[in-house]
Design a protein around this ligand. Structure first.
Ligand code: AMP
Length: 283
């Protein structure tokens, strides 16, 4: 399988293979591929003639240099995994930082209409400007018809939809469900850094989200918050970063449930220095 290291070569190849009636799918990733990424690639292959998978650890979305340095990188293995899905219809774009940023590794400033203020945006300053910058650049290079993003990073999915809309990019953004480990833990490139004990305990995050979903229909919101905080306080392995129940569309805070509105619960927590996130639809 050919791996394109530069945007010039990638664009040349795309122009060669694409015909007017063809559809091009795009799956941006930071590599260390797992079944979650592969579910996006499989959806893209099922609905497009060709699929570009980018593998690029984007420096501008990390607010913490140690997290950036520790981020797993395994290009050779990633290529092998993608080859098991399709040798002919996937194009891998794995550039160096300079190919995307030139000599200025800097984010653009975006207006995400407040979607960026809570959760990841609050805990990781500058994160979403970094995400917006790289996704906009990649979409401009690849020019796909459809781009695939995971609901595991639900706030990111909404922010990308907003960015695509306000920048007038013509691409259909497709959200894909979260793939999970057998114990319910959301698959993540960071899971490989968990010890086997931490991996077992990390199942608690999704267990809590499922219970929150159950409680949401019968209990008030403040008592659900209290219950979640207690669960985390009682487990010394975890440090809770946030638990939030938010409006699914605006990501605004929710005091009372209203009919015809949709809600989602979100958790970010550390086990040791590994930060894990997950969310669940409450309706
Ligand atoms: P990342 O490599 O972490 O930047 O993720 C690349 C894409 O894969 C993003 O759209 C993520 O939301 C998506 N993704 C990551 N983990 C999962 C998962 N467990 N299930 C589904 N999609 C995922």
């Amino acid at each position: 399988m050919l791996v394109y290291k530069t945007k010039v070569n990638l664009i040349k190849r795309i122009n060669n293979i694409m015909q007017p009636s063809f559809s091009l799918g795009f799956v941006p990733t930071m590599g260390a591929l797992h079944k979650g990424h592969l579910s996006l690639v499989k959806s893209a292959l099922a609905n497009n003639n060709f699929v570009v998978v980018s593998i690029f650890v984007n420096p501008t979305q990390f607010d913490n240099s140690s997290d950036l340095n520790k981020y797993p990188r395994s290009l050779a293995k990633d290529i092998k995994i993608l080859e098991t899905i399709s040798k002919d219809n996937i194009l891998i774009y794995a550039p160096k930082v300079e190919d995307l940023y030139g000599s200025k590794v800097k984010s653009e400033n975006f207006n995400f209409s407040g979607l960026e203020l809570s959760m990841e945006g609050n805990s990781r300053p500058g994160h979403f400007d970094g995400v917006g910058t790289i996704v906009k650049r990649l979409l401009q290079i690849v020019s796909p018809n459809k781009a695939y993003f995971g609901e595991k990073d639900f706030q990111q999915l909404l922010i990308i939809r907003k960015m695509v809309d306000s920048e007038g990019l013509s691409v259909n953004i497709i959200g894909c469900p979260t793939e999970r480990e057998p114990n319910g833990l959301a698959m993540s490139s960071r899971n490989g850094r968990l010890s086997s004990k931490e991996y077992r305990e990390a199942a608690m995050i999704y267990e809590i989200l499922q219970t929150v979903k159950h409680k949401f229909s019968s209990e008030d919101i403040p008592s659900t918050y209290d219950w979640v905080l207690k669960r985390f306080n009682n487990n010394s392995l975890f440090e809770l970063d946030y638990f939030q129940i938010l409006d699914t569309e605006s990501l605004g805070p929710v005091k009372e449930k209203k009919p015809n509105k949709k809600y989602r619960a979100f958790i970010a927590a550390y086990i040791g220095d590994v930060r894990l996130i997950d969310n669940i639809d409450l309706n």
